[in-house]
Design a protein around this ligand. Structure first.
Ligand code: NAI
Ligand SMILES: O=C(O)C1=N[C@H](C(=O)O)C[C@H](O)C1
Length: 265
């Protein structure tokens, strides 16, 4: 198997740390460098608690020119992730983006850039196989239950709301469910936001608490019955088999794929 040269952006973050471990431990992956906003030129092992000697770059263009990677794994922030993804496409580096918080317009722009560049790109709001199944099962259930609310629950350091997964779930359900407003037609919020966000009539509730990692419950209601479909990630290792799959698959693609559900049967 050919070695895939990888750069990770955000290596010292919660997800970045796991990704560094994954790349270092996978025989056909090599860590060409990492992108951070500080510690220019230092080894990861000098900057923080790592065994890796990968060099830290604070300038993405310098990083790409010097290391010539095949793939960028981005695990940063919504704002920085967008900039990195565009730069990667510009330099012919295939992006695997776990960073969430991109708008519909951002996704459209990145899709067009990928098409022009003719290389693969993956934007995956959730890398955990269980979460992908939770979304797929929810899409199946929505054919039979048109009333549904999404409760996404995350740690309190999360920047974006709703979560990328919550939004993707609402999008996937909307593909099979006609848009409809739920609840009483005359309902009123006496406290603003009480009914959550509204995506084509699907209410999305974002909970942020210390102690949580990443959890989602999709709750359907019908005549005299409810159906709950729930997924829990208890640690960030739960996302890594999906990251590995994406890095391998992005090398075979020449379009942008949005969502891991499009890469598995
Ligand atoms: N797709 C998925 O399965 C998952 C996606 N996520 C997403 O991944 C992203 C990162 O999440 P966490 O690791 O929890 O966040 P975090 O806050 O722990 O890590 C983000 C890292 O980005 C770094 N960073 C900030 N500006 C930067 C820059 N200019 N260049 C390089 N690095 C920079 C920060 O220093 C920090 O280390 C979030 O958008 C989150 O929603 C998180 C978990 C799973
Ligand atoms: O920030 C997180 O932690 C997570 N972000 C992703 C999201 O926004 O859906 C994936 C997972 O839920 C963890």
């Amino acid at each position: 198997m050919e070695t895939i040269k990888i750069v990770i952006a955000g290596p010292r973050g919660r997800m970045g740390r796991e990704a560094v471990k994954l790349v270092e431990e996978t025989a056909h992956f090599s860590l060409a460098g990492v992108i951070d906003h500080k510690y220019e030129g230092q080894k990861l092992s000098e900057a923080d608690d790592f065994n890796s000697d990968a060099i830290i770059y604070t300038d993405i263009e310098k990083c790409f020119s010097e290391t010539k990677p095949d793939v960028l794994i981005d695990l940063t922030t919504p704002e920085i992730g967008k900039i990195h993804t565009k730069k990667a496409l510009e330099y012919g580096v295939r992006p695997v983006v776990g960073t969430t918080g991109f708008s519909e317009a951002d996704l459209k722009e990145l899709e067009e850039l990928t098409e022009n560049r003719g290389i693969g790109a993956i934007i995956a709001p959730n890398f955990a196989i269980g979460a992908i199944l939770m979304m797929k099962f929810s899409q199946m259930a929505a054919k039979y239950f048109s009333d549904v609310e999404i409760l996404e629950m995350h740690h309190d350091q999360k920047l974006d709301a709703p979560s990328g997964t919550g939004l993707k779930t609402a999008e996937m359900i909307s593909m099979v469910r006609e848009a409809k407003e739920q609840g009483h037609p005359n309902e009123e919020e006496t406290l603003k936001g009480a009914r959550g966000a509204n995506y084509q009539g699907i209410h999305v509730h974002s909970i942020r608490l210390p102690g949580l990692v990443a959890h989602q419950e999709v709750l359907f209601g019908g005549d005299g019955q409810t159906l709950s479909i729930r997924h829990d990630s208890f640690n960030r290792a739960s996302f890594m088999s999906g990251v590995k799959l994406c890095v391998e698959q992005v090398m075979k693609l020449d379009v942008l794929v949005y969502g891991l559900e499009n890469l598995i049967d």
